[in-house]
Design a protein around this ligand. Structure first.
Ligand SMILES: C[S@@+](CC[C@H](N)C(=O)[O-])C[C@H]1O[C@@H](n2cnc3c(N)ncnc32)[C@H](O)[C@@H]1O
Length: 323
C-alpha cells in the first residue's frame, strides 16, 4: 500500500526482504524512523499487533495525525471540497459514510472534474518553517503536504513545476486513514522511543537517515547519532532490524549483529540500470524464520526472490544478541 507522500529513503522497494527476515511472532511493531509510514503500512504483522509509528520531524507527524484523525478537514484545507459537480458530491458522501471503493470506482472517480493543487505561496512556506510545530494543526498539515508535493525533500528549496491533481490525494488519504486508524503516532527522538516501547515481544524496525548522506531531512542526524543508535539497539530486549546504505563504517559498527546485503533500483536515478546497495541488520538469527516462511509460502517466496532481487548474509556474529 502506498503512503500519502513520497519520502526520500522510502522503503517500498525493500518490503519484500523486510517481511522475509522479520520474526514470525511478536506483539508490537515499532517503526522508529517512520518517514512516509510505508513500513508500518506494509509490514506483515501477526494479528492484534500494537503498531507504533514514530518520526522526529514534527511537521511530518502533524500531517500523519491530521490524516488519521481529521481527514475531511485536511482534504478541505488542501482544496478538494469545491463540490462543483454532482459526481464529486456523491464521492464525498461515500467518503463520509466510509464505504468501500472498488478499483472500478476509483477509475470512475478519476474521471471527475479535474482539481489542481495550488502550490504553496512563499509566505505560507515561511510560516510553516518558522512555526512552533507542537500542536496538531490542519492548516499547517495542508501547507506541509503542498510543500512535499511541490518540492522533493520538503525543505522548500527544490521546487518542481509538477501538475498535481488533488483527487489522487483524496483516494490516498481515504485508504491511509483506514490503515492508520489503530496506529499509535509518536514524535520522539529514537532513543526515548525505543526505551519506552522496548519489550521482549517487540519488533523494533529502524530506518535511520543513511550514513554519510546528511542533508536530505529537516531533522539532522550527525555521526554521533549513528553510534548512539547502535548502542541503544545493542541493549534492546526486543527483535531489532535496521536498514542502511552499504558502508564499511556501518558494517564495522554492527559487528555484534547479523548483516545481510541486497540491492534495489536507485529511485533517485533516471537510469534503469542504476542500483543501490543496502544492508539489513538484525540482532537475531532470521534464518529459521526464513525457512518457516519458505516452507509455508514456497512458490510465492520463489517468485518474490526472482522478481525483487537477491540477498546474502555477509556477517554472522559469534552468538546472537537476541535468542
Ligand atoms: C530514511 S528516512 C525513513 C524512511 C521510512 N522508512 C519510509 O519508508 O518512508 C529517516 C527518517 O528518520 C527521521 N529522523 C531523523 N532523526 C531522527 C531521530 N533522532 N529520531 C527519530 N526519527 C528521526 C527523519 O525525519 C526521516 O523521516
Amino acid at each position: 500500500m502506498k503512503s500519502i507522500i513520497s519520502w526520500v529513503g522510502g522503503k517500498g522497494k525493500l518490503m519484500w526482504l523486510i517481511n522475509l527476515l522479520a520474526p514470525t511472532r511478536y506483539e508490537r511493531s515499532i517503526d522508529v524512523f517512520g518517514g512516509s509510514g510505508t513500513v508500518t503500512l506494509n509490514l506483515d504483522c501477526p494479528g492484534n499487533t500494537l503498531k507504533v509509528y514514530n518520526d522526529f520531524n514534527a511537521n511530518l507527524v502533524n500531517l500523519m495525525r491530521c490524516a488519521r484523525d481529521k481527514p475531511l478537514a485536511l482534504i478541505r484545507e488542501i482544496g478538494f471540497l469545491t463540490l462543483n459537480a454532482r459526481d464529486d458530491f456523491e464521492v464525498f458522501k461515500r467518503f463520509i459514510a466510509k464505504e468501500e471503493f472498488t478499483e472500478e470506482d476509483l477509475k470512475q472517480e478519476l474521471k471527475l472534474t479535474e482539481i489542481m493543487l495550488s502550490p504553496p505561496s512563499a509566505a505560507e512556506a515561511k510560516e510553516l518553517l518558522l512555526a512552533n510545530a507542537e500542536e496538531k494543526d490542519i492548516k499547517r498539515a495542508a501547507i506541509y503536504y503542498k510543500l512535499l508535493r511541490y518540492s522533493f525533500n520538503a525543505n522548500g528549496d527544490t521546487y518542481g513545476g509538477k501538475r498535481c491533481d488533488v483527487r489522487r490525494f483524496f483516494v490516498d488519504i481515504w485508504r491511509f486513514n483506514r490503515a492508520f486508524s489503530e496506529v499509535t503516532i509518536e514524535n520522539k527522538d529514537f532513543e526515548a522511543l525505543i526505551k519506552q516501547y522496548d519489550r521482549p515481544n517487540a519488533f523494533i524496525y529502524c530506518d535511520p537517515p543513511y550514513y554519510d548522506a546528511e542533508g536530505f531531512y529537516a531533522v539532522v542526524f550527525p555521526k554521533a547519532d549513528h553510534i548512539r543508535l547502535r548502542d541503544t539497539l545493542k541493549k534492546a530486549q526486543g527483535y531489532v532490524m535496521v536498514s542502511y546504505n552499504n558502508s564499511a563504517e556501518i558494517i564495522e559498527l554492527y559487528q555484534d549483529f547479523y548483516i545481510f546485503h541486497t540491492t534495489r533500483p536507485n529511485s533517485m536515478s533516471h537510469k534503469e540500470s542504476d542500483i543501490y546497495e543496502e544492508l539489513i541488520i538484525t540482532n537475531y538469527d532470521p534464518r529459521p524464520y526464513l525457512q518457516m516462511k519458505n516452507h509455508q509460502l514456497n512458490l510465492f517466496s520463489f517468485i518474490s526472490l526472482l522478481n525483487e532481487g537477491e540477498y546474502k548474509l555477509i556477517h554472522e556474529p559469534s552468538s546472537p544478541l537476541k535468542a
